[in-house]
Write a protein that binds this ligand. Structure first.
Ligand code: PMP
Length: 441
């Protein structure tokens, strides 16, 4: 048997850091990453043959559970018809129509047209180029701790792996590019108003995670997104809502849908100009998208002057996986995800409290995480001020007990519809020892 240690050793000689995405390297929690060979339902299996209950879910896409039979079958059938054509397929329109129809409340939604790409990074990168092309302006506003992928303009004070590695940004980005992104504190509307007072004629767009989930979970304060929509509109700028992580995960119509349908209070009555999707929309295959108002979307080539393209865009296997996943993600799936999230988050909080570990439960729909602090955070500075050191021992105690958590305190925990009583039971059994480890720090 080849061990995880041996595989990591070999990987490090062939791949920078041994990984193809930085957080996978366990940098902030230490130890050897598990090399996975298969996954089914709520479980993943590593190269040593050890099975874990998984709370990463491929960072979101595996909403139905890993290797969901309907999705796998759809991909197998698509594969048999051809892997990639570089031409239009009927499935792309079917998926676009499905997304338009799902992301609406009472028949009204923000998406008139949708363009498919392969990653969330491409979706947000294209959305900001489109916003600049449409408005003829150059500046972009983002919020500290929000992650929108790794394009040059969006890495300033970003969440996810950038937060995990405590990097201010990334080398290799020109000062000119960095200067075109204004980074503001989250949940601070005065800061947004001040930025517009100063640069009204220059701001092309505000980009925001619909509910922040890349600095741990941090839901917007009531009415924040709606206020952003009002401010951007009154200044002729666009609002780009990034639902790469929340879209089709926290509900059928994403976080926007929870606000529009008043499940989240004080949030109804607004629409983003552009909205980005990734993760669940591709059902575990590389697929992402941006959508929005017809007038703006038609600025994209071939109709308009903003160029964007992709050899594998709308790939037939990815489209098949996306359609199968979205069709299977029924309202009852979201109810079950909410219940599972409540059970696991409450049990984790109880276990931490029993050991006297100060923490807050961070929740946005079925997404949750824990911040090791006794004051509810509002923004990235607050999140960073927590007792970060408590997470590594907690993480490793869970791993030793057969539960894979995200290897960073700055990431959300992801449940799936396959987390049944047995899987949840294994998580609950592991919590007391993990909470003890967190208390010992
Ligand atoms: N936006 C958000 C909100 C995300 O969470 C992510 C990825 N975690 C991205 C964009 C980038 O997506 P991708 O990793 O597919 O490029």
């Amino acid at each position: 048997m080849t061990t995880n240690d041996q595989l990591f050793g070999r990987a490090k000689n062939a791949i920078p850091g041994g990984v193809n995405s930085p957080v996978r390297a366990y940098g902030s929690v230490g130890g050897t990453p598990r090399f996975l060979v298969s996954a089914k339902g709520a479980y993943v299996t590593d190269a040593e043959g050890r099975e874990y209950v998984d709370l990463v879910a491929s960072w979101g896409p595996a909403i139905l559970g890993h290797a969901h039979p309907g999705t796998v079958e759809a991909v197998q059938q698509a594969a048999a018809r051809g892997l990639s054509f570089g031409a239009s397929t009927p499935g792309e329109t079917e998926l676009a129509e499905l997304v338009k129809q799902r992301v609406s409340v009472d028949g009204d939604g923000p998406i008139e047209k949708l363009r498919m790409v392969s990653t969330g990074t491409e979706a947000t990168m294209t959305a900001i180029r489109l916003a600049r092309g449409y408005t003829g302006r150059d500046l972009l506003v983002k919020f500290a701790g929000h992650y929108h992928g790794h394009s040059d303009s969006l890495l300033a004070e970003a969440g996810s792996g950038v937060a995990t590695l405590a990097m201010p940004g990334s080398a290799g980005i020109t000062a000119e590019t960095a200067a075109q992104t204004l980074v503001l504190p989250y949940n601070d509307l005065d800061a947004v108003r001040r930025a517009f007072d100063e640069h009204s004629e220059r701001i092309a767009a505000v980009i925001v995670e619909s509910a922040a989930a890349n600095m741990g979970v941090l839901a917007p304060e009531r009415g924040f997104n709606r206020a952003l929509a009002q401010i951007t509109q009154s200044h002729g700028a666009l609002l780009i809502v990034d639902e790469v992580l929340t879209g089709f995960r926290v509900g059928s119509a994403g976080w926007w849908g929870l606000e529009a349908s008043k499940v989240v209070p004080d949030g109804a009555g607004w629409k983003p100009d552009l909205i980005t999707f990734g993760k669940v929309i591709g059902g575990g295959m590389p697929l992402a998208a941006l959508g929005g108002r017809r007038e703006v979307m038609d600025f994209l080539a071939p109709l308009g002057p903003v160029y964007q393209a992709g050899t594998l865009s709308g790939n037939p296997l990815a489209v098949a996986a996306g359609i199968a996943t979205l069709r299977a993600a029924t309202p009852s799936v979201y109810e079950s995800l909410n219940r599972t999230a409540s059970v696991i988050s409450a049990a984790t909080s109880d276990a931490l409290s029993a050991e006297g570990v100060a923490h807050t439960v961070q929740r946005a729909g079925n997404l949750f995480s824990f911040a090791f602090t006794d004051t509810a955070p509002r923004n990235y500075d607050d999140v960073r001020a927590q007792d970060v050191f408590r997470y590594a021992p907690f993480f490793h105690a869970m791993l030793d007990a057969g539960v894979t958590l995200p290897p960073s305190v700055f990431e959300a925990w992801f449940v799936t519809a396959a987390h049944d009583e047995r899987a949840v039971g294994r998580i609950l059994d592991a919590l007391p020892a993990a909470a003890k480890a967190a208390a010992a720090g």
